[in-house]
Design a protein around this ligand. Sequence first.
Ligand code: FAD
Length: 418
Amino acid sequence: MEKYSGLSLVKHSFSHHERWERQWANPTPNKKYDIIIIGGGGHGLATAYYLAKNHGITNIAVLEKGYLGGGNTARNTTIVRSNYLWDESAALYEHGMKLWEGLSQELNYNVMFSQRGVYHTCHTLQDMRNNERLVHANRLQGIDNEMIDAAQLQKEIPTLDCSKDARYPILGASVQRRAGNARHDAVAWGYARAASALGVHLIQNCEVVDMIIDGSNTIRGVKTRQYGELMADRVGCVVAGNSGEMARMAGFQLPVESHPLQALVSEPIKPFLDTVVMSNHVHGYMSQSDKGDLVIGAGIDSWVGYGQRGSYPIVEHTIQAIVEMFPTVSRVRMNRQWGGIVDTTPDACPIIGSTPVKNLFFNCGWGTGGFKATPGSGHVFAETLAHGKPAPLAEPFSLERFVTGALVDEHGAAGVAH
Ligand SMILES: Cc1cc2nc3c(=O)[nH]c(=O)nc-3n(C[C@H](O)[C@H](O)[C@H](O)COP(=O)(O)OP(=O)(O)OC[C@H]3O[C@@H](n4cnc5c(N)ncnc54)[C@H](O)[C@@H]3O)c2cc1C
């Protein structure tokens, strides 16, 4: 690494052309990798980067069935926060938050991390109690979070309808001021470029269709649609909504369900909202991108499925909530709607760690909230893969918790979906 104008630059030991070749190269036949990572989303690419940078392992292949960062990473609404209720989750997400705070410098790539604050509005007494409980828990964990009343909220966000005439009047809100958002695909590109510069092989258009597992139930490699068999000592699977399918290939079941999750953006408008507002009660949230689009989302579709597209009833419901919160946007036109597939666990917490197959590790189950975890997830999964055992921050999120009952159960606890 060398220092330049306060930014750390990754020193590229390859020429631009060589790097391009490496990055997009096809795998060499019969090549054996130390580690194969399945899934070239933000989490997989962050894992590869930290494996190379922190653990000196560079004989790694990231296999991506489409293009890098084209899955949920490219489809999400980019809320980053760390105010979770339980100590285990708060520690993991706060680890991610601290990495976010230095990520543009670390990768020498502007991930446009913007700590513009995230507000959770409360519309009932119970909402207020839940958020107060969350704020107290966060303070004990050393994580910033505070309660404000409706008058203060109105002052801070003048366009939000805090009047008593609203269908569900707002009583107050919690706000994490260090929270905010980032540019979704820049995170994937930043990690990809930095990992590639350290020698990691990024192989796009390479779909894993089966796992190669020997008689002693140890993974030896994977079968791919495009390049046949690729071998490795360890395999890390980070495929978000496709995790159940991957587990099926490896011969076990995961306690996850895949659901569509939708979002939409408006036409670009003048600066109007400089923060992120979420309401779990009326079920919608909104921020404004630097381009001016209003970025809008809600909770998951209640049905299971793999459809990466939007659907009208959800959009209608979400827009109703947004117009109720911000009546002034009622005539703004919507530009695009889309969906991703997220894998949800019964306790709404991720699964990170070993599996019934030796040397096969999974990182999945992030549901609606894994974007914020991208750096933290990659960091702990790299440690897990490098040592062949769960990193301390990942331990509470092992698959065994569904057998022992030691669930972290963040579902509903933090009161919000993202
Ligand atoms: C609409 C929407 C809004 C969201 N909003 C937020 C938010 O505001 N804040 C937040 O924190 N989180 C949010 N999320 C969740 C977040 O996007 C995900 O948790 C996170 O991006 C998961 O990252 P990933 O790298 O694991 O997954 P992905 O980016 O989906 O990467 C997985 C990759 O695996 C690849 N893959 C799958 N199967 C195979 C195979 N067989 N072989 C090879 N490759 C394969 C896929 O093509 C994909 O590129 C949202 C998600 C959606 C869909």
